[in-house]
Design a protein around this ligand. Sequence first.
Ligand SMILES: Nc1nc2c(ncn2[C@@H]2O[C@H](COP(=O)(O)OP(=O)(O)O)[C@@H](O)[C@H]2O)c(=O)[nH]1
Ligand SMILES: [Mg+2]
Length: 677
Amino acid sequence: MGEAKPGPRVAALVGPYLSGKTSLLEALLFAAGALPRKGTAKERNTVGDASAEARDRQMSVELSLASCRYLDEDRTLIDCPGSIEFAQEAHNALLVADAAVVVCEPAPEKAQALVPLLRFLDEHEIPHVIFVSKTDAHAPDLPALMEALQGASERPLVVGQVPLRDGDKLTGFVDLISERAYRYKPGGPSALMQLPDAAKDDEKSARQTLLEKLADFDDALLEQLLLDAVPEPRAIFQHYARELAEDRIVPVMLGSAEQQRGIVRLWKTLRHDLPGVAHTAALRGFADSGDAVLQVFKMMYIPHTGKLSLARVWSGEVADNFAIDGARFGGLMRLFGAKHDKVTRARRGDIVALGRLEGVKTGDVLTKSGRGEAGEPWPAPLPPVYAAAIQPDKREDEVKMTASLARLIEEDPSYRFKHSPDTGELQLWGQGEIHLMVALQRLHSRYNVSVKRSKPQVAYKETITKSVQQHARHKKQSGGHGQFADVHLSIKPLARGLGFVFTESVVGGAVPRNLIPSVETGVREYLARGPLGFPVVDIAVDLFDGQYHAVDSSDMAFRTAAQLGMREGMPKCAPVLLEPVYKVSIDTPNDYTGKLTNLVIGRRGQILGFEAKDGWRGWDTLQAYLPEAEMHDLIVELRSLSQGTASFRFAFDHLAELSGRIADQVITHRAQNAHAA
Ligand SMILES: Nc1nc2c(ncn2[C@@H]2O[C@H](COP(=O)(O)OP(=O)(O)O)[C@@H](O)[C@H]2O)c(=O)[nH]1
Ligand SMILES: [Mg+2]
């Protein structure tokens, strides 16, 4: 942008799993001279997939940074995992990036999967280009691909290059702004060539389309086009860069990481057409005050090195003796895959790792006077959608497990660790099966904590459907002091959601005032486990009569009598099982709405309706009630029926009576477990 030096810049490589991001990072680094030779996914030696977890799965599971120089500019490229289960990593990286390169494959049917990512980019106004990789293996059908991609993008797409072909192979491309033609050369930069006559017509019409799209945003350009004047390439470049920086257009580029095609062109776009830190800092709400302002976007715990906080410098300069509110940290580092090199300072625009900085979380803004929040609010982490109940193999490891999980959550805030008060379980929540597996694997490999996992229990409750009056007496004569208490309880069902109500209507001091609270305590204690084995809700208990003994009655005796009354009375009240029902909203490309509706119905769901998802072209939101018992692996099924695209949100809605065979199974299972325990 402009003539002034833009300073260090950051680009994030994002896109679906296996689209070729990690390979593209290798290609870009190789072209920049930052790597002597390229690694490959197969050989497990890429810069991007340096972690053990990534190499094991041949899949990126966390973001990975490579700081380098391209020509005379400092750059940090961030390779983001593509799996939807690790989307938090991509989001964090994107929020500090100047631009994103959305990597996708040439097959048009894969375009729908880009929608959530493209919506995120637009929502945060992040300038981006789409890089269609692997064109060495599959020459794209450009019109079909563009139509599919445009279907996924709210912003108008523009093609900046037309491909040159020989039969069904791509041999090069024509750059539409400069009108220069290039021939691909195996494994290296493309060579300038004469524009072939056969390609001239295509080139003319594609160029006109590009100019018309740019003219949508600029009246002067529109006027020129109407007068058939030919704009200067320099002027076109300026329009192009401006619309791109404002996230008003999205260029689509073709290439191949493996064959090094389109890589120099992509570097040029990153260099000339995409904005730098001044633009991005202003967009994120940070003025250039001259004082150091950094924003933390990722935490890492690295063996032997300890905690690193990755931050972008939005303003000023940071030296390694920088102190935050008087507290020094453990040095500055620059990352390149698994390598980290000490540096003495970082400039505005740089990404640096700060050593051993306690008490910071993702999104925090650091200045010399302290840490806190500034700029645009950092979005809340992705809500988790999948859980496992976990328990350390060794009981004494529970504290260690909790502390280690806290670190994993610092690194990836889309995990959640919860204690379920209803079932007493410890639950680890995350974004899917692989996400949880990676956490458990790290617990083991880094912190030496092994855990058993199981399917989380459903928080069933029970209530009653009939009223009863119950008399109970607790009497014991053992040596000196005896125990005596006598209560008459009226037990009644309440409407759903009213919980528990205790009243007393004792007349004539049949039970002394000061002992009545013990009756309530006894009843409440009983409610923890009703006749079916579950916590009891939605009932009213009234103490309406009783007897006491001046010497032998006590709090303890009345508590016991109340429990006895409940234990004897409740089974006569026709108890029923209650199951938690959630309201779920499922977002899906509308191709799958029918299939997912059937899935929900098959899971005892009640469809409330569906509508077009606001601002998401071609997507629906399906609303339904779904029992908790059917939700455990809902996300797994949703993704498998929708090519990984659908997702859901949920909130507890109500408890519903459950009867019949399913209820019988739940009750039997509960009774068996109670015996085993
Ligand atoms: N033919 C071809 N294969 C590629 C290209 N880029 C990546 N691949 C292959 O696609 C697979 C996924 O690549 P990777 O870079 O790990 O994808 P990521 O999940 O997006 O990081 C690997 O098997 C790569 O070898 C390319 O430009 N051409
Ligand atoms: Mg990858």
